[in-house]
Design a protein around this ligand. Structure first.
Ligand code: PMV
Length: 363
């Protein structure tokens, strides 16, 4: 039986607590098979799978206080202690989208205090970690009223709500490998929320490394909303969506056996396909920078010369995520420092690795 949105609409309830606060930290994630293209209500056109990250996180404290029930949302936002009014429209849209599932939203005034562990405007998407942290904080309020809700329901609904904030955010609630988007390739997969990858995964992936090279920290040329919309009327869209299902199927034996050569081939092809979709849409975009290509070529040469299992992936931007197994980290990190960091803005890079999802921080 397919689950529908109805599953997440609670019975009418009022929260009796007058005020309080809740804090969650939630990580970013990096897709191996990419989500690009969506339908209404943030339903993905194709399935995706990601590694949850460990160090790149958003920490959000939500303080709530009862107000005279009004007709509008009431909230203020702070980033690193400073008021951020330019975040408000995005959060308001998020509130509008989740209100049906969190009926108390207009009964409270909220103070949202947020910070990231990675440099601000580093070009790293903070929407996945930010929206998932926000969703978890709000759902903790529902839990106050309904302490008996199960962990399964809590995590599914948190992912469901995060998805309405930013699609890929639904893959940040748990770890270490999360699938989002209904596909025959993965039992239990859903368009509505992320699920843990349910099959056997080789040990080598348990401590996989992701070093993120910050090539270009500038404003995104294309917002992901605009990007997703370019998949409407895109001449290659149907094939691309089909390919994502196939790649998820192909990934299963690779994840099980730990065949890193095949893993790298699939993941790099996915990254370049994502960029190929942008280059072949109308209007078209090139989000890679010359240094992105320098880095990719250096990685390929180094891999050829050493036989080490270094590979890359890209998001919708110029930064490069370098993926490799922990047992090869020493030599690969040396290579990154000696040969790749020169291509980064201000020589900035972030060392991360696969992680296990969000955590509530108790006072
Ligand atoms: O979550 P959004 O709407 O910002 O889309 C992000 C899409 C990619 O990061 C490019 C790919 C992915 O699956 O994360």
């Amino acid at each position: 039986m397919t689950m529908t949105e109805q599953h997440f609409i609670p019975k009418e309830y009022k929260i009796s607590k007058e005020k309080g606060q809740v804090t969650w930290e939630s990580p970013s994630n990096i897709a191996l098979v990419k989500y690009w293209g969506k339908k209404k209500h943030q339903i993905p056109e194709n399935p995706s799978i990601s590694f949850t990250l460990n160090n790149c996180k958003t920490i959000t404290t939500l303080s709530y206080s009862k107000k005279e029930s009004g007709n509008d949302f009431s909230f203020e936002v702070f980033l690193d202690g400073e008021k951020k009014d330019d975040f408000k429209p995005k959060i308001k849209t998020f509130f509008e989208r989740v209100e049906a599932y969190l009926p108390f939203l207009k009964d409270f005034h909220f103070k949202i205090e947020t910070s990231n562990t990675f440099p601000h405007s580093s070009g790293i998407a903070s929407s996945a970690s930010g929206m998932s942290a926000m969703a978890l904080c709000l759902l903790s309020l529902e839990k106050l009223n309904n302490p008996e809700i199960t962990d399964l329901y809590f995590y599914q609904k948190a992912s469901f709500l995060a998805r309405l904030g930013s699609g890929s955010a639904c893959r940040s609630i748990e770890g270490d490998l999360i699938v989002w988007g209904e596909t025959k390739a993965v039992n239990g997969s859903s368009d509505l929320f992320g699920v843990k990858y349910p099959y056997q995964v080789h040990e080598i992936f348990k401590e996989y490394q992701d070093t993120i090279l910050l090539v270009d920290k500038g404003e995104k040329q294309v917002s992901s909303t605009v990007g997703h919309n370019l998949m409407y009327e895109h001449p290659y869209a149907e094939n691309r969506f089909k390919q994502a299902h196939e790649n998820l199927e192909k990934l299963k034996p690779i994840l099980e056996s730990g065949d890193l050569d095949q893993f790298i081939a699939l993941v790099e092809s996915e990254a370049l396909t994502l960029h190929a979709m942008m280059m072949t849409s109308m209007p078209y975009f090139i989000l890679m920078k010359p240094n992105t290509l320098e880095i990719i070529n250096k990685i390929w040469n180094f891999r050829k010369n050493t036989g080490l299992h270094i590979g890359f992936t890209l998001d919708a931007g110029a930064n490069v995520h370098i993926l490799y197994p922990k047992n090869e980290a020493k030599v690969i990190l040396e290579f990154i420092k000696n040969e790749l960091v020169v291509y980064c803005q201000n020589e900035q890079y972030i060392c991360d690795q696969i992680g296990f999802g969000a955590n509530q921080i108790k006072e």
